[in-house]
Design a protein around this ligand. Structure first.
Ligand code: GDP
Length: 193
C-alpha cells in the first residue's frame, strides 16, 4: 500500500504572480464537480484538506499544497461553473495557459474527467490544448464507483476513445471507494521525484 501523501495547505493565490517559485510541481485541473477536491483529500487521506463542493467564488483561486517528502501540488480553478461571472470566465483561460506554459517547476498536469460522464466538450478542448502545447499530461478518470462493474471495461474503452487516448493512458480512480488511489499516489511521487 502506498502511504498517503502528507500534504499541507500553503496558500490560495488569485493570480500567478502570487505563487512562490517551486522546484517540482504537479497541477490538477478539471471541470467543476469532477471530484478534484475529493481526489486531493483522498490522496492525502484527509477529509477537509481541499474543500469538497466549493462555492464557485472560492474555487477561482490556485490552491497550493506542499508534500512533506518534497514537491508541490497546485489545485487549479475548475472550469465550467455556470455561476461564475463572465468576467472571471474570461480570465480563466489566459491565467491557466500562462501557468501551464511558464511555470518553471511544473512536471505534469493531471486532467480529471468524470468517468461516469466521460469527457465533456470543455475537457476535450483542454486535452487538445495540452497536446498542442506538449504539456506532460496524465488523464485521471474519477468516480469509477459510479460505473457498474459489468460496464466498467466498456466504459474504459469509450472514455479512452472519446479522449483520443489509449486505455492504458488513463488512470481510473474512485475517491469514494479508494480504488486506484494507491497507484495514483505512486504516480504523483514518481512525477515529483
Ligand atoms: P470538485 O468540484 O471537482 O472539487 O468536486 P468535489 O470533490 O467537490 O466533488 C463533487 C461531487 O462529486 C461531490 O458531491 C462528491 O461527493 C462527488 N464525488 C467526488 N468523488 C467521488 C467518487 O469517487 N465517487 C462518487 N460516487 N462521488 C464522488
Amino acid at each position: 500500500m502506498a502511504a498517503p501523501l502528507q500534504l499541507t495547505f500553503v496558500m490560495s493565490a488569485r493570480s500567478l504572480t502570487d505563487l512562490p517559485p517551486t522546484s517540482a510541481e504537479i497541477a490538477f485541473v478539471g471541470r467543476s464537480n469532477v471530484g478534484k477536491s475529493s481526489l486531493v483529500n483522498s490522496l492525502a487521506n484527509r477529509r477537509q484538506l481541499a474543500r469538497v463542493s466549493n462555492t464557485p467564488g472560492r474555487t477561482q483561486s490556485l490552491n497550493l499544497f506542499s508534500l512533506r517528502e518534497g514537491g508541490t501540488i497546485v489545485d487549479l480553478p475548475g472550469y465550467g461553473y455556470a455561476a461564475v461571472p463572465t468576467r472571471e470566465k474570461a480570465t480563466w483561460a489566459p491565467m491557466i495557459e500562462r501557468y501551464l506554459l511558464q511555470r518553471e517547476g511544473l512536471r505534469a498536469l493531471l486532467v480529471l474527467v468524470d468517468g461516469e460522464i466521460g469527457p465533456t466538450p470543455l475537457d476535450l478542448q483542454m486535452l487538445d490544448w495540452v497536446r498542442a502545447n506538449a504539456i506532460t499530461t496524465l488523464v485521471v478518470a474519477t468516480k469509477a464507483d459510479k460505473v457498474k462493474p459489468s460496464r466498467l471495461a466498456g466504459r474504459k474503452q469509450q472514455v479512452a476513445a472519446a479522449s483520443r487516448l489509449h486505455e492504458g493512458d488513463i488512470t481510473w480512480v474512485s475517491a469514494a471507494k479508494g480504488t486506484g488511489i494507491d497507484a495514483l499516489r505512486d504516480r504523483v511521487r514518481t512525477l515529483l521525484g
